[in-house]
Design a binder for this molecule. Structure first.
Ligand code: NAD
Length: 335
């Protein structure tokens, strides 16, 4: 996608973090924008921002898990702007940290429900409309580098993001003949409000979790991760450049290609006895210069410089809920 001015963008999760950065950058590029988000407070803040700018931005309260809501949002978009989106960005997402072996059905239903099923709902809603409109376009999903790494401390998230990446590649291959480009963006940490989600966005009927969660765990997560991630506006600038270049797999860092190679290099090793031994050996090695460089590129802070006032264990961050008595902390992280 090379021309943005005058065209229409529809952005899920567009009222906070990465999505809000995207809304700002594409609005500044002259696009009309629809922001669809489940959080009314986020929508209100974004609305105040764009009102001051006098930009053509329309706001829709949408839970991406709600299929009827999607159809209504698509109809409303056509009513307000008279057309389907040219740029359809799915950035709404949530995360929850805890051992995969402690996960409940509700942990899966919420995390996979938003991050994967939500994207499916968006594609099934908008792809036919975009094809029928016959004007091409670009569809982007904000996935995560987590899609490549199978992290058992965020199992439902890793699985959902891996599935989403595969989904987007299928659509990339299928939609090319219709003149609709598809991209998947895989960021590392982003300076955002994603930690809030567990306490503020998780629906009542999916509240039953196997993970230990408190204000303190979410503050710990923010202090050690999100506070140091890439700025949403910067991430959106990099996304825009990659859309101009028609890149499918957007890993928005200077070492992007190498990051992917390293992340998937484990897969061939899993296929042989020797390879599996090598994987065990790799875990014992100290960080290489390349590890340190990539960490700095993606996490935006020096390895080991963040010292939170309390340790992960004291706070209980990423641990199982107290009454989950089959998870042994000492057996986690391959100790
Ligand atoms: N924060 C990170 O470090 C990080 C890293 C890699 C990928 N990501 C991905 O980036 C995307 C954006 O996350 P963020 O970090 O900017 O978080 P954020 O919480 O700041 O923004 C996400 C937005 O999505 C909205 N949302 C959540 N559930 C929704 C639902 N069911 N329906 C509609 N909207 C919903 C939230 O209200 C919020 O406004 C997510 O897909 C996330 O998985 C985040």
């Amino acid at each position: 996608m090379k021309e943005f001015a005058g065209k229409l963008a529809f952005i899920t999760g567009g009222a906070s973090g990465a999505g809000f950065g995207q809304a700002q950058i594409f609005s500044e590029a002259g696009m009309k924008v629809v922001i669809a988000d489940v959080r009314q407070d986020h929508l209100d803040n974004a609305a105040a921002y764009f009102k001051e700018k006098g930009a053509p931005v329309h706001f829709i309260k949408l839970d991406v898990m709600d299929r009827k809501g999607w159809a209504d949002a698509a109809d409303e978009t056509e009513r307000v702007f008279g057309t389907t989106p040219d740029l359809f960005i799915q950035t709404a997402g949530v995360n929850a940290f805890g051992p995969i072996e402690a996960s409940t059905f509700e942990d899966f239903d919420w995390v996979v429900g938003v991050n994967f099923n939500g994207v499916v709902n968006g594609m099934v809603t908008f792809v036919p409309r975009m094809i029928k409109a016959g004007k091409g376009g670009h569809i982007v999903t904000t996935v995560s580098l987590g899609a490549l790494s199978s992290n058992p401390g965020v199992g439902p998230y890793s699985a959902a993001k891996a599935a989403t990446l595969s989904l987007m590649e299928c659509y990339y291959l299928a939609l090319k003949p219709y003149g609709i480009a598809v991209s998947a963006m895989l960021p590392a940490n982003i300076r955002s409000n994603i930690n809030d989600g567990v306490l503020k966005t998780r629906p009542e009927h999916l509240k039953n979790t196997g993970y230990y969660v408190s204000e303190e765990t979410q503050e710990f997560s923010y202090a050690t991760m999100q506070a140091y991630g890439i700025e949403p506006r910067e991430l959106a600038e990099r996304l825009k450049k990659s859309l101009e270049d028609d890149i499918f797999l957007i890993v928005p860092y200077p070492s992007g290609t190498r990051i992917v190679e390293r992340a998937i290099s484990r897969l061939p090793l899993y296929t042989t006895v020797e390879g599996m031994k090598e994987l065990e050996e790799r875990k014992k090695l100290p960080p290489t210069e390349e590890d340190k460089r990539i960490f700095l590129e993606t996490q935006n802070y020096e390895m080991g410089t963040v010292v939170p006032p309390k340790s992960r264990q004291e706070v209980g961050y990423g641990m199982a809920k107290k009454d989950v008595d089959w998870v042994d902390e000492k057996k986690r992280f391959n100790k």
